[in-house]
Design a protein around this ligand. Structure first.
Ligand SMILES: [Zn+2]
Length: 386
């Protein structure tokens, strides 16, 4: 290890994605190119749980990145029993499990049922959007497992055809948006373009302006406190760490919010079962897509344990997941680029750091306007309308 690196381990946490458990025989993905191991995912979860339980340093928490059971449970009336089977396995984990919701959660349960279920982790969190007036029903929350570190879980199906009642305003808005880009009768079929537009399918979704504003405010506070923030959601948001077909609908808007702050160090997602990784070249933020259990053979594994230090996170992958080191980007001096610190602000201006932040903020607001206008979405911020 590099001698300059901080040696004191602060805490560890576990990560697992796309278990998609169902008590059915193996099958294939949509294009029949990858095998899906519905039943044996439970054994892979057991392997992960055993590793975390036996580790010398017990994880502070576990991140379950969504799609915990498969949509095939629904027609078999097996949603509840499959969920109970997986949760029973997770209940013997040595730490709190924080759940993310993916498309398969909505194939099995309504949004209101999920909010009442054990998959709702907001009872154990510091801040939750579902209790805020503007965010009723949005499953976004944050928690701080260690001083100076915050984890934010975002709802990637806030703007979606999944989990919203067909007569709801949210459903109509999402339908207007997807139909602009996807002309197929079956909206689960991606548009015929071979580009980023392929993301406009029914199994993806996006983040509402209310949710992005909530995140923006949370990150402003984290910037001031010089915290390290890891954002977690089901859908990847960086085109270089996944296929076009797996990206969140308004990934640019979330990227713009992240780029306008200095506190974010990492973004983690599931959904794309063969995983992926990139580092955003503007900010140095690490974007990780975690390999899915569902497409991992029974003789392998798909989970990770992340060790957190002051200056980095070290991810130890098991089975199909690659080991990685995420050095924290050193952007946090940018935080002090405020009016109160005018001399340093001038220095930063000459280095371009402030203008980059301002440009990102401007881009974020213009993107809000363009996407919302395109979708015909009316947003009410309470005291002001935009
Ligand atoms: Zn998914």
């Amino acid at each position: 290890m590099d001698d300059c690196r901080q040696q004191t381990l602060l805490f560890t946490f576990g990560v697992i994605a796309d278990i998609q458990y169902a008590d059915i025989d193996d099958g294939f993905n949509y294009t029949r190119t990858r095998r899906r191991y519905y039943r044996s995912g439970l054994q892979l979860l057991r392997n992960a749980r055993k590793s975390w339980s036996e580790s010398r340093v017990k994880p502070a928490f576990i991140l379950q990145l969504g799609d915990i059971i498969d949509g095939f449970n629904k027609p078999k009336a097996a949603s509840e029993s499959a969920l109970n089977t997986v949760l029973r396995e997770l209940s013997s984990c040595p730490a709190e499990v924080y759940h993310v919701w993916g498309n398969h959660e909505f194939y099995n349960f309504s949004r209101s049922a999920l909010l009442r279920s054990k998959l709702n982790s907001t009872l154990h969190t510091d801040r939750s959007m579902s209790t805020a007036p503007a965010g009723s029903g949005v499953y976004a929350y944050s928690f701080s497992p260690f001083p100076g570190f915050t984890f934010v879980v975002l709802d990637a199906y806030d703007v979606s055809l999944l989990g919203r009642e067909k007569d709801s305003e949210q459903y109509v808005d999402a339908m207007n948006l997807i139909k602009q880009y996807n002309k197929n009768e079956d909206l689960n079929c991606p548009p015929a373009f071979n580009n980023l537009m392929q993301r406009f399918t029914m199994f993806n979704g996006g983040f509402s302006k209310d949710q992005l504003d909530w995140l923006d405010s949370l990150l402003s506070s984290a910037d001031e406190k010089q915290e390290k923030v890891t954002i977690v959601s089901h859908l990847p948001i960086h085109p270089e760490c996944t296929d076009n077909i797996c990206l969140a609908w308004n990934f640019e808007e979330l990227l713009a919010v992240i780029r306008s702050h200095t506190s974010v160090v990492c973004y983690m997602a599931g959904h794309a079962h063969d995983g992926g990784y990139c580092q955003d070249e503007d900010t140095g933020v690490h974007h990780l897509t975690v390999d899915g259990v569902i497409e991992t053979p029974p003789d392998s594994n798909a989970f990770a344990t992340v060790s957190v230090y002051r200056d980095r996170m070290e991810l130890k992958g098991y089975g199909s997941i690659t080991d990685r080191v995420f050095l924290f980007p050193s952007r946090q001096n940018d935080t002090y680029a405020t009016a109160e610190t005018w001399p340093s602000l001038r220095l930063l201006r000459s280095s371009g750091a402030v203008s980059r932040l301002e440009a990102e903020r401007a881009k974020f607001h213009s993107l809000h306007c363009s996407l919302s206008a395109a979708a015909g979405i009316q947003h009410n911020n309470g005291d002001s309308q935009s």
